[in-house]
Write a protein that binds this ligand. Sequence first.
Ligand code: ADP
Ligand code: F6P
Length: 326
Amino acid sequence: MENTSAIKRIGVLTSGGDAPGMNAAVRAVVRAGIYYGLEVYGIKNGYTGLLAGEIEPMTLRSVSEILSRGGTVLHTSRCPEFRTPEGRERAAAIARVFKLDAIIIIGGDGSFAGAKLLSELGVPVIGIPATIDNDIGCTEYTIGFDTALNTVKDAIDKIKDTTYSHERCSIIQVMGRQAGYIALNAAIANGAEICLIPEKPYDVNTDVIQPILAGRSRGKTHFIIVVAEGACSCEDLAAQIKQTIGVTPAVSILGYIQRGGSPTVRDRVIAAQMSVHAVECLVKGEVNRIIAYKGDRVVSIDLEEAMTQTKSIDPHALLTSEILSL
Ligand code: ADP
Ligand code: F6P
């Protein structure tokens, strides 16, 4: 493919919460960019580095040996200044000073909201979805989700061993902000008895206490309850269980372990495919788009349209989790 567009020099940044596979994406953007004859500049620390002009040329070798590493070698940030019109005006001016014809933004929906506003100031952008939460409406998959889920799976397997041995009830909190994708998939993968997610209102008596009592009457001796961080407080839930049935649940909050680690094959491959697709869009002169995964294919969607798209938890996945917890 020949570069027929006016885009000759691009920037790339990672923004928001880091996700395993961000490095695989940065590497693929740099290598694909150079392959197609572009100059590629790395912007440090997300929008904070753009505002600080922390922008440096990247070479084929500057992305050697990063594919298997978690985190992001470009670093990342949450940037309050970029949320202000003045901050974004300054960011757009800096992009022009560095003669960046377009910026590839690797991050979550917050980063894309910022990207859209930046594009409205005349800076062409492309978004690559990367967040462990898998909560971006326009794409079925976000880079980092599979690695985080595998980390959660390993942790719950271990907690399950001790829960079984002591015939306990364990409550495990997983990340996901206001989304329950990590929790629900972990509940299925780890055979949890109960799963609470923000998308499905619950009643402690009907959805927690009664299933525990019914499980006991069927001979269950231990219980795993997976709670999405946006669903409820694990401490409050533990107190309610103790008060009602006299059992003191053990609470584990998995926390930041979920964001680290070497990316899985799925995250490496999807990061590579999405990033090459992003560069190819630019080479064709297609800007202001979000790269998405739909029906096993990598596609690109108009940024404005992408921001209006929503997705929801598959009710049959919820049912599957319930059926298998019997
Ligand atoms: P993520 O991209 O992982 O969802 P955040 O929501 O923290 O993470 O967003 C990353 C950064 O994107 C924020 O720190 C901010 O600089 C920028 N951003 C987020 N939302 C907006 C918004 N509505 N307007 C402008 N900038 C935003
Ligand atoms: O979006 C990724 C995520 O890890 C969420 O699951 C979590 O709620 C949030 O980021 C935590 O953010 P911070 O790094 O600001 O504590």
